[in-house]
Design a protein around this ligand. Structure first.
Ligand code: ZN
Length: 146
């Protein structure tokens, strides 16, 4: 959007990346610690601590230095939303036969910028293509032809 500045856009992508990773850690390990988030996002623990304190101040999580952190209802809603977008886009590109590494790279960018409207269109397209193997094969053949 034209009125949105680059910094506010990247800030919200960062918040979404954190929440996505935190939910992933909680789902797989039962908890998320600063050290785990730092390893997962490949950034310093100091940066993670700063960001986690900001997310705490924004009411998206509760942070206790020695006990790790938990997502608030608002934080969990945002985290589930970004995770759903990630899976939907990932399923779509997988269906089209895009390489796994490319999917990962593209989805991590796309998921932050896509509107609900476009996402619904992609979801409808994915569901339709899943029922049209002949058309799907044709699309895959054309997109891998060069
Ligand atoms: Zn993602």
């Amino acid at each position: 959007m034209a009125t949105r500045t680059a910094s506010s856009l990247s800030a919200s992508s960062t918040v979404e990346d954190y929440l996505e990773r935190i939910l992933e850690l909680i789902n797989s390990k039962g908890y998320a610690r600063v050290v785990d988030i730092a390893n997962s996002l490949k950034i310093s623990q100091a940066s993670v601590t700063n960001m986690v304190q900001r997310l705490d101040a924004d009411g998206l999580l509760k942070y206790e230095k020695y006990r790790g952190l938990v997502l608030t209802t608002a934080g969990e809603t945002l985290a589930r939303n970004i995770t759903d977008r990630h899976h939907l886009l990932s399923d779509f590109l997988t269906l089209l036969g895009v390489e796994e590494q490319v999917i990962h790279h593209d989805v991590e960018g796309m998921e932050h910028h896509i509107s609900p409207e476009t996402l619904r269109a992609i979801q409808a397209l994915t569901e339709t293509l899943q029922r049209q193997p002949v058309l799907l094969a044709k699309i895959k053949k054309l997109s891998h032809a060069h």
